[in-house]
Design a protein around this ligand. Structure first.
Ligand SMILES: [Fe+2]
Length: 160
């Protein structure tokens, strides 16, 4: 069998993903779902704080889009496949999505909850990566936790 034929015949036959890879897929789904929520809020926000919140949500979904790519590609680097598709992502993320139109505080409160859920899942995989000596995954996840904590500080400050 040529190496090309062999590669083709192996395509799609994934070995069971490691616990780290499974965790990466969980935080990938969280990140993607949160990105969609931030985009939804960006489109529909109204009222006094419009310009600031519209811009803040744009910064957030732009960051989350880039982060989703990095997390998915880390899973691939670990020889696992990345979860994808809106239905699969939403099911896995299991987040309460916001309704629109809504008061500004409701959008922000929904994003606080979704960011907190994401941090909780990120910490679990970060700790697992630390235990298993996967410093590269740990490093990526530490950076993601820092981003979400900063976002949470800003969103919560708005709610005060
Ligand atoms: Fe826009």
């Amino acid at each position: 069998m040529s190496s090309i034929t062999k590669a083709k015949s192996n395509a799609g036959k994934a070995k069971a993903p490691s616990r780290i890879a499974q965790g990466l897929n969980q935080v990938l789904a969280d990140t993607y779902a949160l990105m969609a929520m931030s985009h939804h809020a960006h489109w529909n926000i109204e009222g006094d704080g419009f310009f600031a919140l519209h811009a803040a949500f744009e910064e957030q979904y732009t960051n989350l889009f880039q982060a989703a790519d990095e997390i998915a590609e880390r899973a691939r680097a670990l020889d696992a496949y990345a979860v994808g598709g809106l239905k699969a992502m939403a099911k896995m993320a299991n987040m309460d999505e916001m309704e629109a139109p809504a008061p500004q505080k409701d959008y922000v409160a929904a994003l606080v909850e979704a960011n907190e859920k994401t941090v909780k899942d990120l910490r679990k995989v970060k700790d697992l990566a630390g235990d298993e000596g996967d410093s590269e995954t740990e490093d990526l996840l530490i950076a993601r936790i820092q981003y979400h904590e900063k976002t949470l500080w800003m969103l919560k400050s708005y709610l005060k």
